[in-house]
Design a protein around this ligand. Structure first.
Ligand code: PLP
Length: 458
């Protein structure tokens, strides 16, 4: 690190509080300052080039140098740089995007609603659900069920839905009316001898017990990611979504699919809901919608959700919710161009084909002494590291081995992310098979470098 006080690193330490960072440690270790992007690569201020194996934050589908998105932004910026949708105002990029998203949805949807981030979209979904319950004359129906290790963002309601301790500790969260049910992680949570189907059935029973204990008339909705992302890339076991949806329909509970990571091709289908046979009432979309070139997110709601909301807004006089930047014309124009690129270049097909190579190459590492589980679908995967394979035990403090290997991987030219001891891979959807090989080779070398250090401290 350049330690001079006027270097980018020095000024970052002096002036910037980072998200998801130990602020005290950061004062010593400083930032990795990224200067530019090129395809699946980014380059730091010292000129080191990295494969961005997380697509930024699971989001840059088309890579880091897509001129067509820059041109789309420039065109829209010159024509109409800002407008909003309050009080029945609208504009073409927003109308085009709303139509496009509703038509793309894998189940019948009625309307799109625009927000700026995944967190805002999930907060909005929760408010819509409460509003709807009141509209339907069910004021007691306000509780929301999400899952331990689920991730739905960081604003007050979204962080409450998130089922990870770091998002609750010292924030006085979760808020009331949010309940967390079991994590569908077969490798870690299944009982000895239990099949995937049996494990899924047990989780559906857990969910039903929770609903009955709370009172079905008090439960409004269930939120879930098709694949859990930030919780460690947890791929649901066989039968899971079918069995969960059977319980939800039995008690007339709405289903919200948080497609913020899975949406727009990540799993090798346009939406994770297609990969897992999910039939949501609300879909939450963000990240790959614009390849994160500009912030934008959206909710798709079906008629069951829209109709009561429309009635209630008529009774009150307005739907009293909206964001200044919601459906921003420049972000919407970039999203439209990005969706066009995903289609033209068949990036969903690429996620399926090249994703198969990523999954196969990672699975070849399953016998490595430090590898506990390899999991993933399409172009999203994680390798969970252990020091003791049979006991699935970590190396000292949970997360220590993940941090070690993640650091080595960065030295080997790959930016990944360790969620505890799970190293995640979620590269841009434009990645090629040859680039997958380079990525996995670097990971292989990082595991090899970590092994003697782990053995020395066993
Ligand atoms: C599934 C999911 N939902 C919601 C969010 C929150 O999105 P944002 O960071 O844009 O608020 C994320 C972010 O990673 C996510 O992965």
């Amino acid at each position: 690190m350049d330690t001079r006080p006027n270097s980018p690193e020095g000024r970052d330490i002096r002036y910037h509080l980072h998200g998801y960072t130990n602020a005290r440690k950061h004062q010593e270790s400083g930032p990795l300052v990224i200067e530019k992007g090129d395809g699946i690569y980014v380059e730091d201020v010292a000129g080191n080039r990295y494969i961005e194996a997380m697509a930024g934050l699971w989001s840059v589908a088309v890579g880091f140098s897509e001129k067509r998105l820059v041109d789309a932004a420039t065109r829209q910026m010159s024509k109409l740089p800002y407008y909003h949708d309050f009080g029945s105002k609208s504009h073409s990029p927003l109308i085009d995007l709303a139509e496009r998203l509703v038509q793309m949805a894998p189940v019948p949807m009625s309307k799109a609603y625009f927000t700026n981030s995944g967190s805002e979209a999930n907060d909005t979904a929760m408010k819509m659900i409460w509003y709807r319950s009141n509209a339907l004359g069910h004021p007691a129906r306000k509780k929301i069920i999400s899952r331990k290790r689920g991730y739905h963002g960081v604003t007050i309601a979204a962080a409450s839905l998130t089922g990870l301790p770091n998002n609750h500790l010292s924030f006085d969260l979760p808020i009331a009316n949010v309940l967390h049910t079991s994590t569908p992680h077969y490798w870690r949570e299944a009982a000895p001898g239990e099949s995937e189907e049996q494990f899924s059935s047990r989780l559906a029973v857990d969910l039903e017990k929770l609903i009955l204990a709370e009172g079905p008339e008090t439960i409004a909705a269930f939120f879930g990611e098709p694949i859990m992302g930030a919780g460690g890339v947890i791929v649901p076991p066989a039968g899971y979504w079918e069995k969960i949806q059977a319980v939800l329909s039995k008690y007339d509970i709405l289903l919200v699919a948080d497609e913020v990571i899975c949406g727009f091709g990540r799993t090798g289908e346009m939406f994770g809901s297609q990969t897992f046979g999910i039939r949501p009432d609300i879909m939450v979309l963000s990240k790959q919608i614009s390849s994160s070139y500009l912030p934008i997110s959206a909710l798709l709601i079906n008629e069951r959700v829209f109709e009561p909301i429309a009635d209630e807004s008529d009774r009150i006089g307005t739907f009293g919710h909206g964001f200044t930047g919601g459906g921003h014309p420049v972000a919407a124009a970039v999203a439209l161009e990005n969706l066009k690129l995903i289609e033209e270049r068949d990036l969903v097909g690429n996620a399926r084909a090249v994703g198969a190579r990523l999954q196969a190459r990672l699975r070849r590492l399953a016998s490595h002494p430090l590898v506990g589980e390899v999991r993933g679908v399409g172009l999203i995967a994680a390798v969970e590291l252990v020091a003791d394979k049979a006991g699935k035990a970590p190396w000292g403090k949970p997360g220590a081995l993940g941090a070690l290997v993640n650091g080595l991987l960065q030295q080997n030219g790959v930016i990944s992310r360790n969620m505890g001891d799970a190293i995640a891979f979620c590269p841009p959807l434009i990645i090629t098979e040859a680039q997958i090989d380079t990525l996995v080779d670097a990971f292989d070398r990082s595991l090899a470098a970590a092994l003697p250090q782990v053995r020395a401290q066993d």
